[in-house]
Design a protein around this ligand. Structure first.
Ligand code: VG1
Ligand code: CO
Length: 543
């Protein structure tokens, strides 16, 4: 066994996006592709000798191969220890949990999250820092700069480690510890939520359906919901992780989680439905014939947070990504705590959480989380809802309806135009930027523009500035249209149009969402010329 130095050349395009580097599997299978990126991570970190690294992925196609390479490279760089999930599997929140619990210097997550998997699907890699969260932009940009200048990488030629077997082996001087993928995470959940109350709820005949979408959260959900909480077996569906997610998009929204939506729409539907994504960090909450928008879910959890033992002391603040609806801002105002508006992507919440400024965070893209770790956390949100349902005895629909009655309703929808031509998408954004000044004060049908800008964020903790984070057109009554290009796709560009309208009147809280937003949808097309630039008359996915 020895350490090899391999000559390589920079490979272009290795810039991490919203959540790491995501490319087609076939791109990652190219010679040196993964190795170059991992070497650039290690070079950016500097001396890692004697430190601990956590490695795990969502189990998608190419996960095991990639992990073997990373283990041999970590050993070549002198890590004292690498903790790797059994079978190479750790959900994204579990990686964050394990980094924090074991005092690791960081972790590598192998996932393309909700993107399809399999030989023709997507793969991804990202680095998380010692707080358990995604590396901030300063680090991801330094990694990218390093990929552009790389000439060699170091790797041990040791044989593959058996990832199926719990326990310790060594590569060079590095201890490789295969850990139980679920145990640390399950223990943390037990500390945060009232498991006794939830057990009683299930004991009383409460029925639930959790859709694992054939992705990583199945084993976690089975161990916790069916195991520790005593829900009947069969509560978790699609609970076996598959390398290609059964050929589906493991994206928990009403479009991609169609099976769950159908189950929840039946006359004998369970009381509660939920789903998670490829890497287990997203969640969708569904009641009987009723789906909860992620922005509302954040607001409802925030308003009721003290029902859960882990949050009994109350919240310090609430943070949401800019395109997320302003529903949680109203809760923060009522609680007399600060609310924060960050760019899209969980990495922007890390500083606020570390500084104790925010307790709950959320994104409109089915992401919710708290200061218990530094990633969004799908199953955590589901358990929080279970705790809330157990504590109140109310239904999902009742809880959301009462929330709207108290705070008003922020009608909300996101329209995605997926895989459009990059050129047209960029031109659409550029032309909007040029229009910004003229939009100020403009009359747009029933709306008057209060301000229009390209969102720019100054981190309140470290002062770092992130520009061009989405174009927003904000009306005088608080309604908004936001335009952004996705930073997670692997084909062409994806335009996201976010629409929000506030309605205070309880009489008007039960309109179909698209109808309630129809005037804004029309304005979005008029202002941005979406069809002209993308050739698409309607979105591919509406959530
Ligand atoms: C999307 C979502 C964003 C989320 C990101 C990663 O990014 O909009 O809110 O943080 O995915 O989620 P984008 O740039 O495509 O809009 V996940 O579950 O892929 O780790
Ligand atoms: Co995800």
């Amino acid at each position: 066994m020895s350490i090899q130095t391999i000559t390589t050349q920079p490979i272009s395009g290795q810039r991490p996006g919203t959540s790491g580097l995501r490319k087609k599997v076939t791109v990652f299978q190219q010679a040196h592709y993964l190795e170059n990126f991992v070497q650039s991570v290690f070079d950016t970190l500097g001396d890692v000798a004697g430190k601990t690294l956590v490695v795990g992925g969502d189990g998608r196609y190419h996960n095991r191969e990639a992990i073997q390479v990373i283990l041999r490279m970590a050993a070549a760089h002198g890590y004292a220890k690498v903790l790797v999930g059994q079978g190479g599997v750790l959900s994204t929140p579990a990686v964050s949990c394990v980094i924090r619990k074991h005092g690791a210097a960081g972790g590598i997550v192998l996932s393309a999250s909700h993107n399809p998997g399999g030989p023709d699907g997507d793969f991804g890699i990202k680095y998380n820092i010692a707080n358990g969260g995604p590396a901030p932009e300063s680090i991801t940009e330094a990694i990218y700069a390093r990929t552009e200048a790389l000439t060699e990488y170091r790797i041990s030629d040791a044989a593959a480690v058996d990832l199926n077997l719990l326990g310790t082996s060594t590569i060079e001087q590095t201890e490789i510890v295969v850990i139980d993928s679920v145990a640390d995470y399950a223990e943390l959940m037990q500390e945060l939520f009232d498991f006794d109350a939830i057990r009683k709820l299930f004991g009383g005949g409460f029925r639930m359906c959790f859709d694992g979408m054939s992705a990583v959260s199945g084993p976690y959900a089975k161990a916790i919901i069916e195991g520790m909480l005593g829900a009947p077996s069969g509560t978790v569906i699609n609970g076996e992780p598959l390398e290609d997610f059964g050929g589906l998009h493991p994206d928990p929204n009403p479009v991609n989680a169609a099976q769950l939506i159908e189950i929840m729409a039946a006359d004998d539907a369970p009381d509660f439905g939920a789903a998670s994504d490829g890497d287990g960090d997203r969640n969708m909450i569904v009641g009987r014939k009723f789906d909860v928008t992620p922005s509302d879910s954040l607001a409802v959890l925030a308003a009721n947070a003290t029902v859960a033992p882990g949050y009994r002391a109350g919240l310090k603040g609430i943070a949401r990504s800019m395109p997320t609806s302003q529903a949680s801002d109203r809760v923060a105002a009522a609680l007399g705590i600060p609310s924060f508006e960050t760019p899209t992507g969980w990495k922007f919440f890390g500083n606020l959480l570390d500084a104790g400024q925010a307790t709950l965070c959320g994104e409109e893209s089915y992401g919710t989380g708290s200061d218990h770790i530094r990633e969004k956390d799908g199953l955590w949100a589901v358990l929080f809802w279970l705790n809330l349902l157990a504590a109140t005895g109310k239904s999902v629909q009742e809880l959301v309806g009462e929330h709207w009655a108290r705070f008003g309703r922020n009608y909300y929808s996101r329209h995605d135009y997926e895989a459009v031509e990059t050129k047209g998408a960029n031109e659409l954004m550029d032309s909007l930027r040029i229009k910004l000044a003229t939009l100020q004060g403009a009359d747009l049908g029933a709306y008057v523009v209060d301000f229009a800008d390209d969102f720019e964020y100054t981190d309140p903790i470290d002062g770092s500035v992130s520009k061009k984070q989405g174009i927003r057109i904000v009306m005088t009554n608080g309604s908004r249209i936001v335009f952004r290009l996705s930073g997670t796709g692997t084909e062409g560009a994806t335009l996201r149009v976010y629409l929000e309208r506030y309605e205070a009147d309880p009489e008007l809280h039960h309109l179909p969402t698209q109808q309630a937003l129809s005037a804004l949808i029309l304005i979005a097309e008029q202002v941005a010329g979406i069809e002209g630039w993308t050739g698409r008359a309607r979105p591919t996915v509406t959530t």
